[in-house]
Design a protein around this ligand. Sequence first.
Ligand code: UDP
Length: 328
Amino acid sequence: MKKILITGAAGFLGSHLCDRFINEGFHVIGMDNLITGDLKNIEHLFPLENFEFYHHDVSTFVHVPGELHYILHFASPASPIDYLKIPIQTLKVGSLGTHNLLGLAKAKKARILIASTSEVYGDPLVHPQAESYYGNVNTIGPRGVYDEAKRFQESITMAYHRFHGLETRIVRIFNTYGPRMRLNDGRVIPAFMGQALRGQDLTVFGDGSQTRSFCYVDDQVEGIYRLLFSAYSNPVNIGNPNEISIKDFAEEIIKLTGTKQKIIYEELPIDDPMQRQPDISLAKKLLNWEPKVGREEGMKKTFDYFKGLTEEELYKSEHKDFSKHIKR
Ligand code: UDP
């Protein structure tokens, strides 16, 4: 049985990856320091013999006994609110954490896939974003801690690949959504759905003309799975190219949820990218992959998940307009 280590296992993407690799017959070792992850996302895996969980921070030395064939490094805060609350940890997990895991991969002769992000493109001046675009990132802005950690992560991964001959893969993940997103992480989908469920107005930042392209989690996991087993070591975009403005998206959410509330406008956070859409030509050619789940279907499934949360969870995790704390 092949063994795989998944860091960030209790997080949104990490937990879905644990499910997928368990279903594919792997022995899965989940690791998480639980700063932003939640054990609830993986508690259904605890009774399984081929699942183990280590409560550990990968920014410190990582030890895994015995053989290991694959590593997926998905540990990192991943929302602008989190970067503001825990900037140092965000930098450390992308840099020191990645270094530790590359060292582990080298010692175990394991193949490692690193979760990178569309944030390496910053506020892009090229549209849509292909892997060949070098990006437009503000190193010292509030998102810099994430963006630069991820850019460093790509560099050190390629260095291990070139210098040590390590088998490496890099996925650049564009906005992804689905069940198990954290309700209070401040991201637009949990924010709007939480607001609809609590009977609050939907907060659109800026004039809502900025765009995003949302990928359903099952499509994202399929792309990552195929990339891991491909022979390609340069970065690959995985995302859904179906682009929408945040204002139009808010209107879609109002329709979907049936909320009687309206849209209110708040200040646009600093360095909020104005447009984002993946060019997925490379993934299509290389992995024979493209997203299958449309926004309507995906958002419905996601809303069903949020509707299933308890009242306590819904209110305990209310997102308190953190954007006002963003200093210009
Ligand atoms: N956004 C918004 N209202 C919210 C939360 C986010 O209008 O309550 C906007 C945000 O300014 C950004 C977009 O939605 O333009 C996506 O934000 P998110 O934090 O989900 O992810 P990002 O792609 O910016 O990392």
